[in-house]
Design a protein around this ligand. Structure first.
Ligand SMILES: [Zn+2]
Length: 392
């Protein structure tokens, strides 16, 4: 390993990193409601003491992003390191304190330990190590600890609007140390069936909206099956899930309204409007058989998919630095989940990889969320070598 790399790795302070991750877990920043202020202020102080130029930039009242810099502003290449500081509310089923920051058998427990206060601590430890090793940056690093990733992604969206774009970016979501070069988009679609209310003793006087919706749902199941014929080399198949249903008011009443919401995971090579159109066509097929069916289809929300060119130097560098630390080439992967990377790629035109310790499938958004503290340190080493190679 080159001399600089050894120097940088020597400056990874595992104890300090784990304490930082524990401290962050102990400051609740649940979203909803989105109370990131305290953890953001804590991080700003920490980063200031570490000698970085740091700013708190309020996005919504009491809800700032933290932006810290290493290297001269404007010098290139410019690397953006991104992680969110909000976390889902703990929910039920915990056997440990979700804000306790306990370490048991080498794992840090608590809400956000994996997703993603732990990985944010790894990013910070990496920047600190590179800085303290005395390396003089050729380019610059912007470390962004953002609000609202679990909500409407307002934090990273605002940063991109403010011009925080770069030559490369890493979003440190938990990917089990696999570089993620594409992820699916996530679209919410609402379907409302309209009938006519009547007394249930004379149902022939009414039009049953739930009954119509049942037919629509069967059509949607067929659509979901056909979506399996599409695929993308990194992220696999699109999916369609009916996630909620409500309708009707009283048992002895023909229901006049029924509403469902659909989660549609969209491939990078799919067209968003087409995903909505497919649902409209499913409704039309039902209407063809039953002309009295009336239903509205509406897109409620959309977090777009993302995909970058796997020939980007970022991909080669991160694969190499990961191989240096883990001893194996991690390859290039896709992700079924969505995250802030889509804003950096689509809006910010910044080649971005999602890469981090821990597992979103096994740990995130669950009771007793935890992360291996060794993995946090390993991640810091990989990030540090990556910073060194890209901008050192
Ligand atoms: Zn996350």
């Amino acid at each position: 390993m080159p001399h600089d790399a050894d120097m940088v790795l020597d400056h990874i302070d595992a104890n300090r990193l784990i304490r930082l991750a524990q401290d962050m877990v102990r400051i609740p920043s649940d979203n909803p409601p989105g109370n990131e202020r305290e953890v953001a202020e804590f991080l700003a102080q920490y980063l200031g003491r570490a000698g970085l130029d740091v700013e708190l930039r309020e996005v919504a009242p009491g809800r700032p992003n933290v932006v810290a810099r290493w290297g001269r502003v404007g010098s290139r290449p410019h690397l953006i390191l991104n992680g969110h500081i909000d976390a889902l509310p703990p929910g039920n089923g915990w056997t440990r304190d979700p804000y306790g920051g306990e370490i048991v058998n080498g794992r840090l427990y608590g809400r956000g330990s994996t997703d993603m206060k732990g990985p944010v601590a790894s990013l910070i430890a990496a920047v600190e190590a590179v800085k303290q090793s005395g390396v003089k940056p050729r380019g610059s690093v912007t470390l962004t600890a953002v609000m609202d990733e679990e909500g409407r992604q307002e934090g990273t969206r605002r940063l991109v609007q403010e011009g925080v774009v770069g030559d490369f970016a890493i979003v440190a979501e938990p990917t089990e140390f696999l570089p993620v070069a594409a992820h699916k988009g996530d679209m919410y679609i609402e379907v409302v069936a309209h009938g006519r209310e009547a007394h249930a003793s004379t149902p022939q006087e009414g039009v049953n909206a739930i009954d119509h919706m049942a037919d629509i749902i069967v059509e949607l199941r067929g659509l979901a099956d056909r979506l399996r014929e599409r695929s993308h080399p990194l992220v696999g198949h699109p999916t369609l899930t009916v996630g909620t249903i409500d309708g009707g008011m009283l048992t002895p009443m023909v229901p006049g309204r029924c509403r469902i919401t659909i989660d549609r995971r969209v491939l990078p090579n799919e067209i968003a409007d087409e995903a909505v159109q497919q649902v409209r066509e499913a409704v039309d097929r039902v209407r063809h058989r039953r002309p009295d069916v009336r239903a509205d289809v509406r897109m409620e929300a959309f977090a777009p998919p993302m995909e970058i060119n796997v020939k980007s130097p970022l991909v080669a560098v991160l694969r190499e630095t990961t191989a240096q630390i883990l001893g194996r080439d991690p390859g290039v992967h896709g992700w079924a989940a969505t995250c802030d990377a889509n804003l950096l790629v689509n809006e910010g035109k910044t080649p971005t990889l999602v890469f981090g310790p821990g597992s979103i499938a096994e740990q995130a958004h669950k009771p007793d969320e935890s992360v291996s503290i060794d993995e946090l340190t390993t991640a810091a080493k990989i990030y540090a070598l990556t910073i060194l190679r890209l901008v050192g």
